[in-house]
Design a protein around this ligand. Sequence first.
Ligand SMILES: [Mn+2]
Length: 226
Amino acid sequence: MDPILALADIHLGRKQSGDKKIGPGLAWALDALDQGAKAGARHLIMAGDIIDRKRFTEVTYDEVNQFFERGLSLFDTVLFTPGNHDTHHNLDLPTGVTVASPSPATYLMGSCAVHTAGVEVDKDPRELVGSFPLLIDGTVNLGILHTSLTGEHSNNPCLPCTREELLDYGCDAWLLGHVHQPVSVNESPFIGWIGMGRALIVRTAEPQAESKVTVEELTTVRWKHA
Ligand SMILES: [Mn+2]
């Protein structure tokens, strides 16, 4: 598989300091894209909450577009799975960005099959993992979900599911959005939240490895508050 860069929960519109809720901001996000491409990533996944629900101004929409335009210039494919904050906005994204449907579906990124569903409404109560599409044999299958899982790390329910449901579905890795801390809930296969101000790269693992893929943080781009 071609390496894939995964980001989540950037919450553009938030200030970088001096507010109760802060975020990494556009400059960080653009640098994360540049560094991810330099590290070999060929595809970009943004796993939800590109923009904040409450903290935004008119320029924030232009920042969202700048983020995706940079993504399109650096990567072969760009997939955006909307998060709960994104549902508060009517985003008009650049042509070329694939926006995940609210219904579970599979998107190809190079040879990799990415299974995901976008958040439909803030506090989306749907339990979707049981209706995800069949995995594709002979290739890497990745799952992307903007989820609170069973709620231990979030007080805002979103596409609830259990770790066991994700394991049973059987992806080579699950990259999650919604929780801002980089909490991992399973080591192999990797299941965990990407986290705010962090960047993960998914690559093919060594042939003898337990998993088909490795999921590693691009530590050089970690936001100082992450
Ligand atoms: Mn969220």
